[in-house]
Ligand binder design. Structure first.
Ligand SMILES: NC(=O)c1ccc[n+]([C@@H]2O[C@H](COP(=O)([O-])OP(=O)(O)OC[C@H]3O[C@@H](n4cnc5c(N)ncnc54)[C@H](OP(=O)(O)O)[C@@H]3O)[C@@H](O)[C@H]2O)c1
Length: 320
């Protein structure tokens, strides 16, 4: 089978397309014929090995897995002898934030890991674009007790995380203000947000509105700058550590004072996120945003584009 392979951490051109042996499923595993995967920001961290803290999980000096890839949509090609949850031909999607070697024509995964069938109304492209960003967005929102009608500001609403976040927040009945680039105002409006701030024309940190939550899905702001936007007990969450790696520290200290606080989410329970998103898809309440599609052969180009941090939603890598 064809697969993207790299032997060291580095820039996107460390990735080469090679012919490698097709994996065999163990007794509790399924073999998946991968139709699509995405190139996402988690993949970029896994391929470059940066931030360095990632290497604690994916290999200190060299990547543990030669084949990268964190998500997939595909079909079950064969099953191990103990597998009961899936059958050959099932259309499935899944995600693993430490890498599951999905940037290949075939991959294996234990049936008990984060893999599920996806609703028939979705294509493979739509299914795979409903995973990585949606999982993080769902985990951010779960860190607070959101009440319908509460006001939330989402910075970076056009990213994989942000575009999923605004939709999940609307599903929960929040009043959502989204911050995005001029070129994407119409797209973000179409996701049902209540108000859009174009960051090219306006500095959202100077907004006159007060919010219960500020979610910085692109990690470009700070608690210091956003504090004035928050109600007395408002909460700030960022997808990044912060320019001085301060967010985890602030998450420990700020709750001690009983006022405005910072939370730092460590996303977990991927299968729970997948099942939640699957429910939204079935209800017609989730529309994944797709930026562009690259063939496997152009994987380095796809990574080069995604690393810039300017994609709108998700970048698909097609195996066919
Ligand atoms: N905490 C975690 O577990 C975790 C997991 C995954 C990712 N992350 C981090 O979360 C961040 C977002 O991830 P993602 O996958 O959603 O990223 P992404 O898809 O690359 O999206 C970033 C989006 O932000 C927009 N943007 C860029 N500069 C902006 C600014 N100054 N103000 C508002 N929007 C801006 C970009 O569009 P324009 O350039 O057109 O504006 C783009 O649409 C990344 O920094 C990533 O490293 C964290």
């Amino acid at each position: 089978m064809k697969a993207a392979v790299r032997r060291n951490y580095g820039p996107p051109d460390v990735l080469k397309i090679e012919t490698v042996e097709k994996p065999l499923p163990k007794a509790d595993e399924v073999l998946i014929k991968v139709h699509t995967t995405t190139v996402n920001r988690t993949d970029c961290a896994i391929v470059t090995g940066k931030p360095y803290i990632m290497r604690l999980f994916i290999g200190l000096f060299k990547p543990k897995n030669g084949i990268p890839g964190t998500d997939f949509a595909g079909e079950i090609a064969s099953i191990g002898q103990n597998v009961t949850a899936f059958k050959i031909g099932d259309k499935v999607f899944g995600f693993g934030d430490e890498g599951i070697q999905s940037q290949a024509q075939y991959m294996t995964i234990p049936e008990k890991k984060a893999v599920a069938t996806f609703p028939n109304k979705f294509t493979f492209d739509e299914a795979v674009a409903s995973l990585e960003g949606a999982h993080y967005a769902y985990n951010f929102i779960n860190k607070v007790k959101l009440i319908p009608g509460q006001k939330v500001l989402v910075n970076g609403a056009t990213g994989a995380i942000g575009s999923a976040m605004v939709q999940i927040l609307k599903y929960y009945g929040a009043y959502v203000t989204a911050v995005c680039n001029t070129k994407n105002v119409a797209l973000i409006d179409s996701l049902g947000v209540d108000r859009t701030i174009d960051y090219k024309k306006e500095d959202f940190t100077k907004d006159h509105e007060k919010y219960d939550y500020v979610f910085d899905a692109v990690g470009k702001s700070t608690f210091g700058k956003c504090k004035r936007l928050l109600h007395k007990k408002g909460v700030y969450i960022s997808s990044e550590l912060g320019p001085g790696v301060q967010n985890p520290f602030l998450a420990l200290v700020t709750p001690l004072f009983g006022g405005k606080s910072v939370k730092f989410p460590f996303p977990s329970n991927i299968l729970q996120s997948i099942n939640f998103i699957k429910g939204l898809i079935e209800e017609g309440k989730f529309k994944p945003i797709i930026d562009s599609t690259y063939p496997l052969e152009k994987i380095s180009e796809a990574y080069t584009y995604v690393i810039k941090g300017e994609k709108t939603g998700n970048v698909i890598l097609s195996m066919s």
